[in-house]
Design a binder for this molecule. Structure first.
Ligand code: HEC
Ligand code: HEC
Length: 321
């Protein structure tokens, strides 16, 4: 009996944190918080990955999450903004998704979106701007997914407690589980002692002038600051709090893979890293900007950008998609 209990405990832990997920974390990195009602399982991650790449999540079947969040660009898309399905112009630049599991809040300017489950509702059902355009189409979305025999089996494996119920809550939970696996700690920066002199000089400058906001493992304090002059078209944090004082404040972006996530800033208005640095307050000699840029280039994790586990799935339920 004792042995059975130990075995059951081991299974419970494995279900909450499949080896394939924890295995991606270096020893020094603590696992991120995961909502108690959405434990990580391999079946759920697999389902979330398929949903992430499925254009059926958009009203006319033309746009998936990956249309804007492309792996090779660190899950951004290389444009200042990506219009929605109806051509609504984008309001903001697509942020990357490396290590999103550790962020305290989501999107550029909203401290109230505190889980990936909640965030996933925004692109699918949001109207400011319309992105995937599914507002009011919840039943249709469920109908589409349930019409697919393989999806029915994947939901059953991912959500056994509800008997594989296909609903919006299950969709957003699976998407969030997949997003939590988008872990990037394999950059040159992460390998002790591998920076060249120019990047090392940049690292020292960065610690002195940048790390107060771009702090920690992911180079963000998760807080909101004003770097650019406020613009009426996007008040940022002020839009949420209603305080004039917060106008123009945006969450410090993390900088992992920043060399491949251009253009920069919430409005995509900086084309290069050098341009983004130069537009921060304070004057810096070009040589310092070059050193900082060299340092930031060491944050690129090639493996993350090409890892097939994060890419378009080519099979589901043992069959080619
Ligand atoms: C039309 C392009 C587009 C599509 C499609 C899209 N996104 Fe995004 N995504 C964005 C933009 C733009 C933002 C920033 C929004 C903001 O700050 O208001 C964003 C923000 C995010 C964030 C927050 C990241 C952070 O750093 O806070 C996550 C997570 C995310 N998207 C996941 C998804 C998922 C999951 C889907 C599919 C269900 C999806 N996105 C579909 C453009 C898109
Ligand atoms: C006061 C806090 C603060 C300091 C100090 C700071 N940054 Fe930033 N940084 C931000 C914020 C906030 C943004 C986003 C601003 C926006 O989009 O409006 C940003 C944006 C960036 C971006 C663009 C990233 C992206 O994905 O869009 C880069 C690159 C960057 N900072 C590098 C630096 C460097 C290098 C330094 C030091 C020279 C520095 N920052 C100092 C807060 C800060």
């Amino acid at each position: 009996m004792r042995r059975l209990l130990i075995l059951m405990a081991a299974i419970a832990v494995a279900a909450a944190a499949p080896a394939g997920w924890i295995g991606r974390l270096p020893g020094s990195v603590p696992a991120p918080a995961v909502p108690v009602d959405n434990p990580m399982t391999a079946a759920k991650i697999e389902l979330g990955r398929r949903l992430f790449y499925d254009a059926d999540l958009s009203v006319d079947g033309t746009m998936s999450c990956a249309s804007c969040h492309e792996q090779r660009h660190g899950f951004t898309d290389g444009n200042a903004g990506h219009p929605g399905v109806h051509g609504d112009p984008a309001r903001r630049n697509v942020p990357g998704l490396a290590n999103v599991a550790w962020l305290p809040s989501y999107t550029w300017g909203n401290p109230r979106i505190r889980s990936l489950e909640a965030q996933a509702m925004v692109p699918i059902f949001g109207t400011n701007p319309v992105e995937m355009g599914m507002r009011g189409m919840e039943t249709e979305l469920v109908r589409r997914l349930a019409a697919d025999d393989c999806y029915r089996r994947m939901f059953a494996a991912a959500f056994p407690a509800s008997g594989g119920r296909i609903d919006i809550r299950a969709v957003t939970r699976a998407l969030a589980a997949f997003e939590r696996t988008l872990v990037s700690f394999g950059a040159r920066y992460d390998q002790e002692g591998s920076l060249d002199p120019q990047a090392r000089r940049g690292a020292a400058l960065f610690r002195a002038a940048c790390a107060s906001c771009h702090s920690g493992r992911d180079f963000t304090d998760g807080r909101f600051h004003r770097i650019l002059p406020p613009a009426a078209s996007d008040r940022g944090l002020g839009e949420i709090t209603g305080r004039k004082d917060d106008d123009g404040k945006f969450r410090t972006p993390g900088l992992r893979n920043v060399a491949v996530t251009q253009p920069y800033f919430h409005d995509g208005s900086a084309k290069t890293i050098a341009d983004a640095i130069a537009r921060h307050p304070g004057r810096r000699p070009p040589a310092d900007i070059a050193a900082l840029t060299a340092f930031l280039a060491t944050l690129t994790d090639e493996k993350f950008l090409t890892d097939p586990r994060f890419g378009l799935p080519d099979r589901a339920c043992g069959k080619a998609l």
